[in-house]
Design a protein around this ligand. Structure first.
Ligand code: ADP
Length: 160
């Protein structure tokens, strides 16, 4: 059984993330989407909101589950007995940072391997931050995130 963990902030999950999840689900027996509880990041959605939103759009993949974790990714992976980290690569700008983290995690625990996947070309510019920036000005976001997220995202900005 090859278990892979796809960690991230997913604030909110975009079609780019969903594409990576779908691809990973075809490669690995089990994919665990792990939402990072990062108190230093000023997030739009709470951890519980993010977990339930991702659960909602990944129901169709029987081997995908969603959870959250705190602290070091490699400690969380040991706890659940997983050895593969999935990360998505958009453009070369992602590479340097991702490369550093992948090397560091492997030095910390040589059983851990990072697998990089790319998303469809049309999502290669897409990030949660862009979605938030657009939505904050009332911009159209239906091409970026699943339909059921749209009102939830706009309402966060109405409340502010
Ligand atoms: P983090 O805060 O860890 O960067 P994100 O939620 O921004 O978390 O992203 C999680 C992972 O998904 C990262 O590996 C990121 O590079 C990847 N990712 C994000 N958006 C896309 C996209 N549009 N296409 C491919 N990979 C993506």
């Amino acid at each position: 059984m090859k278990k892979a963990v796809y960690p991230g902030s997913f604030d909110p999950l975009t079609y780019g993330h969903l594409d990576i999840i779908e691809r990973a689900s075809k490669i690995f027996d089990e994919v665990i989407v792990a939402v990072l509880c990062n108190s230093t990041k000023n997030s739009l959605f709470s951890i519980d909101e993010r977990v339930s939103m991702i659960e909602d759009v990944t129901q169709k993949y029987p081997n995908v589950t969603v959870t959250s974790f705190d602290g070091l990714l490699i400690d969380f992976m040991k706890e659940i007995n997983a050895s593969v980290i999935i990360r998505g690569l958009r453009t070369v700008t992602d590479f340097e940072y991702e490369f550093q983290i992948a090397q560091t995690n492997h030095v910390q625990d040589s059983n851990i391997e990072t697998v990089f996947l790319t998303s469809e070309l049309q999502y290669s510019y897409l990030s949660s931050s862009i979605v938030k920036e657009f939505a904050s000005y009332g911009g159209e976001i239906s091409k970026f995130v699943p339909e059921q997220f749209i009102d939830k995202i706009y309402s966060k900005y109405k409340d502010r």
